[in-house]
Every structure is written in C-alpha cells, then in structure tokens.
Design a protein around this ligand. Structure first.
Ligand code: NAD
Length: 420
C-alpha cells in the first residue's frame, strides 16, 4: 500500500493509467462537464468541505473534480470493499485529492478509511449505501451541528435513511439523489442493466443465449437487466414479492415463478432486490450442476454466502472474481464474492450513465449550500426543475432538440372548460 498524509492507495505507480482512464470518462460525461464549467466561474461551493463515500471509479473522479472546481475541499473513500479502481485512486491522490481506498479492502480498512473522511469534518456528506451517515449518527454525533446536509446515491441507502427517519434517528437533512427520475432511468435501469451483464460475462465468459436466467427483483435494476438478458437470447424467469412488479414482469413477457420452483430451472441467478438472503441454502441445494450466482444489489447479503460456505464440501477460486463451491457433489459458481458484480468484476456503469447520476450529486450539493438551515431534517427530493435540468443537459450532450408547446397548447393544458 502507498500511504501519504492525505491518501492511502494500492500503488502510486498506477497514477498514469488512472489519468488516462479519467480522460476517457470525462469525454463521455458532457452533461457533468457543463456543470463543472459553470462551477469554475461561479464557485458556489467555496469554503465547503464535502466528504464522500462513493465507489472510487473514473466517473466518481470527474465528480470529485467538479466539486473542487466549484470551490469545495473534498475527501473521499470507497463505499464497497471490491469496487475501487486502484489506478483512479492513485491518479486522484497524485492530483492532491484526499483519498483512502483500494480494491479488496479488509473490513477494518473500510471503516478506518470512513473514519478519515469523518475526521475531515465534512459540511456535506455524499454516500452510496448510507455507511458514512450511519457512522456519523452512531459514533460521531459531535459533527452533526456543522453538517448542512447529506446526499444519497442508491436505493439501499434511501431504505436505510427512511428507516432512520421513522425511528427519529435522522439528525440532518438528506437529499435522495437516487430518487431523481433521471437517476432511476439512466443509472438503475440502463446502467445496472448493461453493467450487470458485463460483470457476469467478465467473471465467467458465459454465453447468455439459450440460458435460463433467473432475475430476482423486478424493480428499476431488475427490469433493465431482464430486458438485456432477453435481448441476448436468454429465457428469463422473474421472482418477486410485490404484486404490481410481478404483474409488470408477466405483461413484459417474462415467466414469473416462486424461487422454490425457479431455483431448479436457472443456469444463472442474479439478485437485484436490496433485500437480505433472497437466495438461501434451501434454494442452492436444489440448483443444477454448474449454476452461476451473482448479485447486483448494494450489499453482499442478498445471497446467503455464509450459509453456502457451511453446506459446501469445498471452495476454490477458479478465476478472478469467480469461486467454485461444491454442494452435494454439484458445482455452484459465485461471481465477485456476492458483492455487486458490475463493480467487482467489471467497471460499473458506463461514464455516460454516471454523468447524469453525478449531475444529480453536484446539483444536490449546490442546493444544500443555497438552502443551508432551511431544509427539513428528513429524506427529501430535489425540486423537479433540477431533475428536469439534468435531462436537458444530457439531451444537449447528445445533441437532441425537442419541441416547445405553442401558446395555444399551454393555455389548453391549463384549462378545463374545453371538452368533447
Ligand atoms: N449494481 C449497481 O450498480 C446498482 C445501481 C443502482 C442500484 N443498486 C442497488 O440495487 C438494488 C435494487 O435497486 P432498485 O432501484 O431496482 O430497487 P427497487 O426497489 O426499484 O426494486 C427492488 C425490487 O426487488 C423486489 N424484492 C424485494 N425483496 C424480494 C425478494 N425476497 N424476492 C424477489 N424480489 C424481491 C421488490 O419488490 C422490488 O420490486 C438496491 O440494493 C440498490 O441500492 C445497484
């Protein structure tokens, strides 16, 4: 590990490659760059310390640069032990960014690095999964009076924050960046859809065509993934616990089954639920020889990996990010240790997708600064016009123009008198 006063990364010699990857990401993040250009001129974040616990990827690097362009002081660590891109972490450290992260962090290092960000005494926190907020609320409440607000990137984080709010445990306002329409559409649906396929293929090099793929959870992420599996020629089975989502899956043309049945049929299983132990040992025991398991939900608890270890007679790593377990004489393969497969075994979402997600983060931070002291201590949404401005920025980046309503149309849409 290379350690300095304001960083701890795998290897500073990787910085050159990281710089190139940041350059490639930037070229595909036109919408975020527009915000960066404006931030450079207006400096809306002057004097603000932003502490981040996000996947340390090339795209997050561009967000970090955007916040710094706005005048912020930034400190960052990862939000998952397997998602850091070591070259990018090195390049950021070389640029002078405060960064603590490496791919394959131990649990101890993960929390030690979160503590570095906490010791930086951020005014605004940005989380992906709520670990930073949770650490501050449980162990460092003395920081809370100086914290303006926090921003949360993912569904699992929002679920945790809403539980905190319900328990009256939430002590500063939280912006649900995850709930932006632009975030759900591009990141959860298109992004997770594609990068989950990418992660499973990189881990296994398996052909999807002709396989039976069981998609556990038909929310934004599951829908995107199921559609791409179908496009690659797979037979898709969906499992759900929500009537409406199950109905939607059925009308989208997928088989919907209970897991106790689907577990016998699948060649590949992928969890995208945000829930715990969705694949359990009773399912694993009934799977076919050679079945592949992957998770793309936030935490590594969707598959009961500890349970699988207990019932298996052997376990070995057969290639990077692929472990073979032998259960009752059958080989069962697990991708990326059951951690989010798209970030563990691949590179996460394409830069273009993260551009819109991080427009949400950058504009949320600016919103927090502008509305300091005025936001309720709750999980709150960004105003719709900010979300709409992100869609516009992305359309601009894609060189797409759309129609405007005529005056007659505007009047009609606001009136009720005109009928049949
Ligand atoms: N891999 C990534 O890069 C990435 C990106 C975005 C979100 N996420 C994570 O993916 C997860 C899902 O996010 P989302 O936005 O799709 O959430 P969502 O709430 O839209 O969808 C989750 C779905 O899972 C279903 N579900 C819950 N328990 C289930 C069970 N036991 N069996 C079957 N289905 C069940 C729910 O009914 C729901 O329809 C979250 O953990 C989120 O944080 C990951």
């Amino acid at each position: 590990m290379d350690t300095g006063e304001t960083y701890e990364v795998k290897d500073m010699k990787l910085a050159e490659q990281g710089k190139l990857n940041l350059e490639i990401a930037e070229a595909n993040m036109g919408a975020l760059l527009k915000i960066k250009e404006r931030f450079e001129k207006e400096k809306p974040l002057q004097g603000i310390k932003v502490g981040l616990a996000l996947h340390v990827t090339k795209e997050t690097g561009i967000l970090v640069r955007t916040l710094i362009a706005g005048g912020a002081d930034v400190a960052i660590t990862g939000c998952n032990p397997l998602s850091t891109q070591d070259d990018v972490a090195a390049a950021l450290a070389k640029e002078g960014v405060k960064v603590w992260a490496y791919k394959g962090e131990t649990n101890e290092d993960y929390y030690r690095y979160l503590k570095h960000v906490i010791d930086f005494k951020p005014h605004i926190t940005i989380d992906d999964g709520c670990d930073l907020v949770s650490e501050i609320h449980t162990k460092h409440q003395e920081l809370i009076p100086e914290i303006i607000a926090g921003c949360e990137e993912t569904t699992t984080g929002i679920i945790r924050l809403e539980a905190m709010e319900k328990d009256n445990a939430l002590k500063y306002p939280m912006i649900a960046v995850n709930d932006n329409k632009t975030k759900h559409l591009l990141d959860n649906y298109y992004g997770t859809g594609q990068s989950t396929v990418d992660g499973i293929i990189r881990a296994t090099n398996i052909l999807f065509a002709g396989k039976t793929i069981v998609v556990l959870g038909y929310g934004s992420c599951g829908k995107g993934f199921a559609l791409r599996c179908k496009g690659l020629g797979a037979n898709v089975i969906v499992t759900e616990v929500d009537n409406f989502c199950a109905l939607q899956a059925a009308y989208d043309g997928f088989q919907v089954k209970k897991m106790e049945e689907a577990c016998k049929l699948g060649d590949i299983f992928c969890t995208l639920t945000g829930n715990k132990h969705v694949i359990r040992t009773e399912h694993i025991k009934q799977m076919k020889n050679g079945a592949i398991l992957a998770n793309s939900g936030h935490f590594d608890i969707e598959i009961d990996v500890a349970g699988m270890e207990k019932i298996s007679s052997s376990k070995r790593r057969v290639r990077p990010f692929l472990d073979e377990y032998v259960v009752d004489g059958k080989k069962i393969f697990l991708c990326g240790e059951g951690r989010l497969v798209n970030l563990a075994a691949a590179e996460g979402h394409p830069s273009e997708v993260m551009s819109t997600s991080f427009c949400g983060q950058a504009l949320a931070v600016e919103y927090c600064v502008k509305n300091k002291g005025k936001m309720p201590i709750k999980v709150i949404q960004l105003p719709e016009e900010i979300d709409d401005s992100i869609a516009r920025l992305q359309l601009d980046a894609m060189d797409i123009e759309i129609d405007k309503m005529t005056e007659e149309q505007k009047k009609y849409m606001e009136s009720w008198q005109e009928g049949t």
